[in-house]
Each structure stands twice: as structure tokens, then as C-alpha cells.
Write a protein that binds this ligand. Structure first.
Ligand SMILES: [Ca+2]
Length: 412
């Protein structure tokens, strides 16, 4: 409360003196808007108590800069991941194993082929995609997907060269598989990100079933993990478990359920991740090397059947990290991005999350103590399952939907 009063006072005095600095004015507005009620008003699924104030149902915020989300393209087939090409066009994965390029006017290319075969059943298919840091010279891209195997499938990462004519991926090769192989079709994770040292971060889901779920706590298994590998798919030197004979050296963090969103905070450089929890247990976490994020031992959600998770169900345990934020009811958080543009200054450093079942984009304001202090829903009237969101080269946001649309979100 004291902080809030402080912000209001500061904001008022700024307003009284001058508003000629757009960033200050935007920050004033952001802080003043913290007085709105939480965006979530539905009944929670559980009576579990959060570990700290603001861990769920933060105050509402409302963007004051006029903005709009416009459909620039429609007709993609289950798009999943977006990478922004140097010239601003969007390189997009489609679930069934091809890529397409969509330009900022919305023109959709023919399918780009040459990727390894995927298992597209259930939640499987082609997932996140990233450009090599030296893409301009080598045209290499990396993507995650469901690799079909004898007896099942697993999340894998491949790389290849985008041909000069942009019709195929040349020399594609599989560089990493997050085993073990399992015969299921749920919870693959599948988002990819480059870190500053030029290594790849991959999210790996725990495959959902009661049989595989405990492996999220098993350091000999790559499922239910965040993985850090080189561009050749090898464990990165300095990974937290590299000297542990009872752990896979590619593991970066563990105890995850189905993480599909990862991004680095533009100022702190911290890694943030969202994951699908059970009913009422979707999470936002700040990821630190070697830490245990708790699934399936601790969670704020319950099974979709209505049963508790664990007997007795627990939400907090020593040695396991608390989520920075959780949603009950769920958001279904898929791709995420921090905003670094200038088009909407009040969005600077805010986290944008593509929501599936919630059918909106969540905007979270995160303060210098890594706490969520504001939440807003964008494009909620569109009724779309949002799958990924990225920032374009001109400070706009682009988001894709399971139904095949590409939206551009920009100043009106
Ligand atoms: Ca957790």
C-alpha cells in the first residue's frame, strides 16, 4: 500500500509539473492504473493460499495509448512458432511439418519443405523456431518438433539452412532429442530461444501422463525440463549438472510440467518461462540454473478430473521454487515476449503472453523486485487461441492463432 501511495504521489507531481517526457508520462500512467481491480473475476478452482501477496490476481492495468490488433493474414494451418527475419518478415512453423513466410502486409508464401517428418498427432508437430545469431550470413534456423520413433515419439531439435529461394530447408539435421521415447501425444514443450552466449534453450514437457509425470523430478530424464544445448545439440559447458553423474548434463532447470514460453528480460537478462499447469495452476517462473520448479510435487492447480494433485496436495516445499505468478482459472500460456519497443512506451519491459483457452493476450507489468504488479487482457474480443507472440522490427507485436490468423498489434 505504501508503494502504491508513493507511486500515486510521484505520478501526480509529475503530471502537475510536466509531461513532455513520453517515457515518464507512460510510467506515471502505468503506475496510476495499478489501482484497477484484477482482470480475473471468476471463482478459483481451489482454496489454496498463495505464498505471497500478488502471486495471483494482481491489480489490473489498462493501456492508455490507443492501439489495435489487426488481422494481417489468415489461412495458415495451425501455426505454432514465429521467428522475425532480418528484413522484418515472419518465418512461421506450421504444426504438420512445414514453414511459411508471412510478410508484414500479410502475404503468405508457399510451404517451405525439407524438414524432418513430424508426428502431428494430438499436441505434436512442428513447434518453436529461432534464427542463428549469424543468420544474415549463414541462413541457419533451428526448430523444435515431435520426432516419431519406434514405440512412440519425443521432442527434438533440428537445424538447417533456409535456401536462397526460400522454398526449402537445406541439409536439415536433428541435433538433439529430449528422451525418453514415450507413446503419447501430449505436453511436448517445444519452445526455443538463443541465449547471449549463442547456446540454445529448449523447453521440454513431461508428457502429461501419470506414468511419465514423475520424470519431471528425475535428472536422468530430459522430460519436464528446461534444456541448454550448443548449436550442435551438445550440453553447454557450465550447465548446472555437468559434474553430476546422476544427471543429464544438458539440464538447466527441472520440475516443469509443460513449458511453452521462454524469454529473457531485456534489462535484467533473467530467463523467464511460462508453463501449463493442471486446472488452476498455470505458472510464470523466473528460471535459475539448477533449480527445481516443483512439478508434480507442488502446484496450485488440481487435476482436470477435479481430484487433488498429490496426497496430501501441497503448494510449497523447501528446495522447490515458487512461481512468480500463477493463474486460477488458467490462462493456457503459450509463447511469450518482453516488449522493448518505443511504439507503445508504457509497455516497455512488460511481458506479453499468448493465451490459448483464455483466448486473449496477457500483458504483465513486472517490477524491479521481479513481482507482477499489473495484468491486462488484450484482444480478448477476438475469441482466438493465441499460440505465439513476437516483437517485430518496428516495435509492433505479431501474434498467431491456432485458427491460422496473424495479428499485428500496434499504435492506432
Ligand atoms: Ca512450479
Amino acid at each position: 500500500m505504501r508503494n502504491l501511495l508513493y507511486y500515486v504521489l510521484i505520478s501526480s507531481s509529475f503530471a502537475a509539473i510536466s509531461c513532455d517526457n513520453a517515457n515518464s508520462a507512460a510510467n506515471d500512467v502505468k503506475n496510476l492504473q495499478d489501482t484497477l481491480p484484477p482482470v480475473e473475476s471468476q471463482k478459483a478452482n481451489t482454496l489454496y493460499k498463495p505464498a505471497f501477496d500478488g502471486q495471483t490476481r494482481a491489480k489490473g492495468v489498462s493501456t492508455t495509448t490507443p492501439y489495435e490488433g489487426v488481422v494481417i493474414a489468415d489461412g495458415l494451418k495451425s501455426p505454432w512458432g514465429i521467428a522475425v527475419l532480418p528484413d522484418g518478415r515472419l518465418l512461421i512453423t506450421e504444426k504438420e511439418g512445414v514453414l511459411r513466410i508471412v510478410d508484414t502486409s500479410g502475404n503468405i508464401s508457399d510451404a517451405i519443405t525439407g524438414l524432418p517428418t513430424v508426428d502431428p498427432n494430438g499436441q505434436g508437430g512442428t513447434f518453436g523456431i529461432v534464427l542463428d545469431p549469424n543468420f544474415k550470413s549463414n541462413r541457419i534456423v533451428y526448430w523444435a518438433f515431435t520426432h516419431p520413433e519406434e514405440g512412440g515419439n519425443q521432442t527434438a531439435v533440428a537445424k538447417g539452412r533456409l535456401a536462397d529461394d526460400e522454398k526449402t530447408i537445406e541439409n536439415s539435421s536433428i541435433i538433439y532429442k529430449a528422451g525418453p521415447v514415450y507413446n503419447g501425444k501430449l505436453h511436448y514443450g517445444g519452445r526455443l530461444l538463443f541465449d547471449k552466449s549463442g547456446n540454445l534453450i529448449l523447453t521440454s514437457g513431461e508428457r502429461s501422463d501419470l506414468e511419465t509425470r514423475p520424470q519431471a523430478q528425475d535428472l536422468k530424464s530430459a522430460i519436464g525440463k528446461i534444456i541448454r544445448i550448443t548449436t550442435d545439440g551438445k550440453p553447454v559447458a557450465g550447465n548446472p549438472f555437468e559434474n553430476d553423474n546422476n544427471a543429464l548434463p544438458e539440464i538447466y532447470s527441472y520440475g516443469h510440467r509443460n513449458p511453452q514460453g521462454i524469454a529473457f528480460h531485456p534489462e535484467t537478462g533473467d530467463l523467464w518461462a511460462t508453463e501449463f499447469g493442471p486446472r488452476g495452476g498455470d505458472e510464470l517462473n523466473r528460471i535459475e540454473a539448477g533449480k527445481n520448479y516443483g512439478w508434480p510435487t507442488i502446484t496450485y492447480g488440481i487435476e482436470y478430473s477435479g481430484q487433488a494433485v498429490g496426497n496430501p496436495p501441497i503448494q510449497q516445499q523447501e528446495g522447490m521454487e515458487q512461481p512468480v505468478y500463477y493463474w486460477d482459472p488458467v490462462l493456457s500460456p503459450s509463447g511469450i515476449t518482453f516488449y522493448t519497443g518505443d511504439v507503445v512506451p508504457e509497455w516497455k519491459n512488460d511481458l506479453f503472453i499468448a493465451g490459448l483457452s483464455s483466448t486473449h493476450i496477457a500483458r504483465l507489468v513486472i517490477d524491479e523486485n521481479n513481482k507482477v504488479v499489473g495484468e491486462e487482457r488484450l484482444l480478448a474480443k477476438e475469441g482466438q487461441r493465441f499460440r505465439d507472440i513476437v516483437q517485430g522490427n518496428n516495435g509492433e507485436l505479431f501474434t498467431i492463432t491456432d485458427g491460422g490468423r496473424v495479428y499485428k498489434i500496434a499504435k492506432k
